[in-house]
Design a protein around this ligand. Structure first.
Ligand code: CO8
Length: 215
């Protein structure tokens, strides 16, 4: 498949996906979602791949669901058409996914990072659920995931004020597993993914499967 909104590469035993809509700060539109789920499912079915890294650009992992695509959407159409259901294909992936986040991870961008199994953040990362400032609410499970990861008080603070959390606060809060210098982000994420991919694939997959119900 020819991808227009993401870059897909194989690095040894790791599937590498870079979101690539730089002019829109990697805003997540339907075309990007279709490409992302296709690439993930191809890595899932490729026996040589043991782990997956998803990253964005230096400025933005993803600045959210695509506001321009959503702005004409009527509530009834979004609801009956199950507008966000495609994201369940991301959470259905059974191989480990690492989000390597630099810059903005906002709204749906923060949610995509949280759908991954862990987040490695650059020291430039900024996380937030600013939906409330647009008159909408987190729509892809983010309000529940964020609460499970950072606790009620901080999740309420983030979702109700729309403020951003920097990388250090995100690490203190348990949202990210580690913070690294921005220029080492992709290398560190790939290193972690290669390590995972060096282990027994069935055991890696079973480990992910058994950790998930605890979330
Ligand atoms: N969607 C579409 N385009 C975007 C988005 C986005 N989420 N974010 C940025 N862009 C575009 C801008 O429109 C701009 O394009 P153009 O040059 O054509 O005008 C380009 O990216 C660059 O953006 P800025 O000029 O704004 O860049 P700055 O560096 O000045 O600011 C920010 C960066 C702070 C990230 C700023 O762009 C911003 O605040 N973006 C919006 C962030 C946001 O609100 N995200 C949440 C979106 S809603 C969501 O994710 C889930 C909604 C669930 C709804 C459920 C109801 C159905």
């Amino acid at each position: 498949m020819a991808y227009e909104n993401i870059i897909v590469e194989t690095r040894e035993k790791v599937g590498f996906i870079q979101l690539n809509r730089p002019k829109a700060l990697n805003a997540l539109n339907s075309a990007l979602l279709t490409e992302l789920t296709t690439a993930l499912e191809l890595f899932e079915s490729n026996a040589r791949i043991g782990a997956i890294v998803i990253t964005g650009s230096e400025k933005a992992f993803a600045a959210g669901a695509d506001i321009k695509e959503m702005q004409t959407l009527q509530f009834a159409d979004a609801y009956t058409g199950d507008y966000f259901s495609g994201w369940e294909r991301v959470t259905a992936i059974r191989k480990p996914m690492i989000a390597a986040v630099a810059g903005y991870a906002l709204g749906g961008g923060c949610e995509l990072a949280m759908m991954c199994d862990f987040i490695i953040a650059a020291d430039t990362a900024k996380f937030g659920q600013p939906e409330i400032t647009l008159g909408v609410m987190p729509g892809m499970g983010g309000s529940q995931r964020l609460t499970r990861f950072v606790g009620k008080s901080k999740a309420m603070d983030m979702c109700l004020t729309g403020r951003m959390m920097d990388a250090n606060e995100a690490e203190r809060s348990g949202l990210v597993s580690r913070v690294v210098p921005a220029n080492e982000l992709v290398e560190e994420a790939l290193k972690a993914a290669q390590k995972i991919a060096s282990f027994s694939l069935p055991v890696v997959m079973m480990t992910k499967e058994t950790v998930k119900p605890g979330l």
